[in-house]
Write a protein of this length. Structure first.
Length: 675
C-alpha cells in the first residue's frame, strides 16, 4: 500500500475536523431506544398476529428494538417460535408482570378475586421478599430454557428496589424499564423521580437517584412514556400528555415529534435519551398506523442514534461510572401556550418551575430532596392495595397537596442559561436563580415568603445574608428506613387511665407493693416509720411505675412521618383518628406498628394538632349517623393509616362526609373537612 502524501493527509484531517466531527459530536450523546413489552392478554384474540405486525414495522426500517417478554409468552411455544425468527438486531429481555400461571409455577399464592392488572397482583411488590425471589428465579429459568442465556434487560411499570437489587446481584441485570412520573394513570402512581430521563436508582428506592456510591444500584433506569414537562404535570388526564397516550387526547404526530426532540436530543445536557414503543397486545392496526408513523420519524433523525436498551445502558455506565449527571429540561408549552416549564434534577434534589409571560410569574411547583434513607414503601412490606403509591416525599408538590407552590418572582424573565452541571435564570429586576447539584441560590426580593416546609429546616438547610438565600438538602431524612421508633407512655396516659383495665392494673400493682413492704417491715416496730414513708411514696408513684411497666416501643412508617410532616405545615385543627386495634395483624419490622396497637399519640406529636379517637365515622352503616358524628366532633381533618394488609378506609364517598383528600401516599391518607 502506498503511503498517503502528507498534504493529502493533512487535507483529509482538516475536512474531518470541520464536518464529520460535528455530526458525530451531536450524535454521540443523543439516543432513542425502542422497547416493546410483550404479554398475552385476555382482550387480544390473536397475540401472535399483533406481535408480527409490530415486528414487521421495525424490520421494514431495519431498526434495532428491545422486546420484553412476560412468563406467559415464554411458555407459549408459537410465540417463542415467532420471536426466535426475529433478525439479529433485536434484543430480548423479561417483562416482570406476575400472572396466575407464573405464580402457580413458582409455588406462590396469587391474590384471590382480583383483576390481573391490580397492583397487588401484577407487580413483584405485591408479594413477600421470599416469594419475589421465587417468581424471579422461575421466569429467569424459563427464559434461559428458551434462549440459552439470561437477559440483561428487565422492566415493568414498577419493579421494587428489593427485587431489582436481587436481579442485579444474581443475574447481572444492567437495565430496568420503569414508568415516567405519572400521578394516577391506571391506578399506578409513580411520583417524584427524574422527570422522564434516565438515572441510577438508589439501593433502597428505585424511584429516586442514588447520591453516593454507597447507596447506588448499578442498574440504569429507563423511563417509559416520557411526559410533557408542563401539561403532563398534574392529576387525571395530565398523565396522558406522553409519547404513549397523546392520541387519546386527539393530539397528532407533531406532538409526538416535539416530545421526541425534547428528550432524545441532548440540549446542552450530558446526553439526551428517549424510550419509545408500544405494548405488543394491541391490535395490528395500531402498529400499522400509529407505531409506523413514530418509526418513520425515528428513521429520519440522523442526529439521534437508535440503540438497544442494553447498549444505551453500557454507554451510560461507561460515560458516568459514578453517579447520574444532572438533567435540565427547558420547554415552551408544547400545546402552543405561552407558559414555560423548567426542570432541574440532580442526585440530591429536583425542582420544577413554571414561568408565565402574561403575568411574569415564576413559581416553584415541585421541590423534592433525595436523601439515601428514603425507602421504597414496598421494600419490606408487600403492597396489598389494588393501586400503587410510590410517592417521593416533597417540600412542594402542587399536585398532591392543594394550593402548594411558591411564587418567587413577578419580574420579566431575561434569560435561561444552562450547561451540563447547572442552570441560571435572570430577571429584569436583578433577581437570579442558580441551581447546581449543591442546591438552589436565590438573590433579590422574593415575591412570597419561603414556605414553612422549607423553613422548618428538617430536610433542607437555609443560609441567608439578607441579599441571597441558599437552600441545601441535608443528608438525613425525617425518619430512618425502619421508620420512627416511639414510646407511647406519656401521650397515651390520660386515655389509658380512663379505661377500667388501667385502673385495675394500677390498684393491683399498688396492693402487691404495699403487701410486700408490710411483710418486710411490719414485724419490726422500729421500722414502721420508714414503712409508712416508703408506702406513701409508692402509692404516689404508682402511675409512673405503671407507665414503666407498660412502656413499649412502636414503629411509625416513613410514609406516615412524611404525611404528618405535611399536616404539621397546614392550618391547625382537630384530627380524627380511628379508635381501633388490630390484634391479628402481622408485621415485618422489628417494632410493632403503632397503629396495630391503637397507639395514636404520635399523630398529635408529629402533626402538632389535637387528635380525637372515634369509631363511628369509620364503622357506621348510616350516612346520616356518620355525618352527624363528624359535625359534632368539630374536626378539621381525618387521618387514615395503611400498612401491609391493614388499610383504614371510610365507609362512604367523600361527598357524603363533605370532605376532600389533601394528601396520600402508600402509608396514609389525609382528608380535610370542607367548611
Amino acid at each position: 500500500m502506498k503511503p498517503v502524501p502528507i498534504l493529502v493527509a493533512l487535507g483529509l484531517f482538516f475536512i474531518l475536523c470541520l464536518m464529520p466531527s460535528r455530526v458525530l459530536a451531536d450524535q454521540s450523546n443523543s439516543f432513542v431506544t425502542i422497547v416493546n413489552p410483550v404479554r398475552i392478554s385476555t382482550y387480544n384474540k390473536d397475540p401472535q398476529a399483533s406481535l408480527l405486525a409490530e415486528y414487521s414495522e421495525v424490520q421494514k426500517r431495519s431498526l434495532p428494538a428491545t422486546w420484553l417478554l412476560t412468563d406467559d409468552v415464554l411458555n407459549n411455544s408459537s410465540m417463542v417460535t415467532t420471536l426466535k425468527s426475529f433478525d439479529p438486531k433485536q434484543e430480548f429481555g423479561i417483562f416482570l408482570e406476575i400472572s396466575p400461571a407464573l405464580a402457580k409455577e413458582a409455588q406462590v399464592d396469587y391474590p384471590k378475586s382480583v383483576q390481573w392488572y391490580f397492583a397487588n397482583a401484577v407487580f413483584l411488590s405485591g408479594y413477600s421478599q421470599g416469594d419475589r425471589k421465587k417468581l424471579i428465579d422461575t421466569v429467569f429459568s424459563d427464559f434461559k430454557n428458551q434462549f440459552g442465556f439470561y437477559p440483561k434487560v428487565v422492566g415493568s411499570w414498577w419493579t421494587d428496589s428489593y427485587s431489582l437489587n436481587y436481579l442485579h446481584q444474581k443475574y447481572q441485570i444492567t437495565t430496568n424499564l420503569g414508568l415516567a412520573d405519572q400521578y394516577s394513570t391506571d391506578g399506578y402512581q409513580v411520583w417524584g423521580s427524574y422527570w422522564s430521563t434516565a438515572f441510577y436508582p438508589s439501593l433502597l428506592n428505585v424511584g429516586i437517584p442514588a447520591n453516593s456510591l454507597s447507596n447506588k444500584l448499578d442498574v440504569v433506569n429507563l423511563e417509559w412514556a416520557p411526559r410533557d414537562p408542563l401539561n403532563g404535570y398534574g392529576p387525571g388526564e395530565a398523565s396522558k400528555y406522553s409519547t404513549q397516550d397523546y392520541q387519546t387526547l386527539n393530539l397528532g404526530d407533531d406532538y409526538f415529534a416535539k416530545l421526541f426532540n425534547l428528550y432524545a436530543v441532548s440540549h446542552n445536557n450530558s446526553f439526551g435519551q428517549i424510550t419509545v414503543g408500544l405494548e405488543a397486545d394491541l391490535s395490528p392496526e395500531v402498529f400499522q398506523q400509529t407505531f409506523a408513523r413514530q418509526l418513520n420519524l425515528i428513521s429520519t433523525q440522523s442526529q439521534v442514534q437508535v440503540v438497544l436498551a442494553s447498549q444505551f445502558a453500557s454507554w451510560y455506565i461507561q460515560h458516568f461510572p459514578n453517579l447520574s449527571p444532572p438533567q435540565i429540561i427547558v420547554s415552551q408549552d408544547l400545546l402552543g401556550g405561552n407558559k414555560q416549564a423548567i426542570w432541574y434534577q440532580s442526585p440530591n434534589f429536583r425542582a420544577g418551575l413554571t414561568y408565565d409571560p402574561l403575568t411574569n410569574q415564576t413559581k416553584i411547583i415541585d421541590l423534592r430532596t433525595y436523601q439515601p434513607e428514603i425507602e421504597d414503601p414496598y421494600y419490606l412490606t408487600p403492597n396489598s392495595e389494588m393501586k400503587l403509591h410510590v410517592n417521593t416525599p416533597s417540600l412542594i408538590d402542587s399536585v398532591n397537596v392543594p394550593n402548594d407552590g411558591w411564587l418567587i418572582s413577578t419580574s420579566l424573565l431575561n434569560s435561561i442559561n444552562q450547561n451540563e452541571s447547572g442552570l441560571k435564570i435572570t430577571y429584569q429586576n436583578g433577581q437570579t436563580i442558580n441551581m447546581s447539584d449543591q442546591g438552589i441560590n436565590l438573590t433579590g426580593q422574593l415575591s412570597q415568603p419561603v414556605p414553612k416546609t422549607i423553613t422548618s429546616g428538617k430536610v433542607i438547610k437555609i443560609d441567608s445574608d439578607g441579599k441571597s438565600l441558599l437552600m441545601t438538602p441535608v443528608s438525613m431524612w425525617l425518619a430512618p428506613p425502619a421508620g420512627r421508633v416511639i414510646n407511647t407512655f406519656l401521650p397515651e396516659l390520660p386515655l389509658l387511665l380512663r379505661q377500667r383495665r388501667g385502673v385495675i392494673e394500677i390498684a393491683l400493682i399498688g396492693g402487691l407493693l404495699v403487701v410486700g413492704q408490710l411483710l418486710i417491715f411490719g414485724k419490726i416496730k422500729r421500722k414502721r416509720r420508714p414503712f409508712i414513708l416508703i408506702s406513701s411514696l409508692t402509692i404516689l408513684s404508682l402511675p409512673l411505675i405503671w407507665i414503666l411497666i407498660h412502656n413499649r416501643q412502636f414503629m411509625v412508617t416513613q410514609g406516615e412521618v412524611d404525611g404528618l410532616f405535611r399536616l404539621s405545615q397546614m392550618p391547625v385543627g382537630k384530627v380524627v383518628v380511628y379508635d381501633h386495634e388490630c390484634l391479628n395483624c402481622q408485621w415485618q419490622t422489628i417494632s410493632k406498628p403503632a397503629i396495630y396497637a391503637n397507639k395514636r399519640g404520635y399523630v398529635a406529636d408529629l402533626s402538632h394538632d389535637p387528635i380525637i379517637y372515634n369509631k363511628i365515622i369509620f364503622e357506621t352503616k348510616s350516612r346520616a349517623e356518620g355525618r352527624k358524628a363528624l359535625v359534632d366532633l368539630k374536626a378539621k381533618y381525618i387521618y387514615l393509616a395503611k400498612y401491609g394488609n391493614y388499610i383504614e378506609t371510610l365507609p362512604f364517598s367523600p361527598g357524603d362526609y363533605n370532605i376532600e383528600m389533601i394528601f396520600e401516599n402508600a402509608n396514609c391518607q389525609i382528608w380535610q373537612v370542607k367548611s
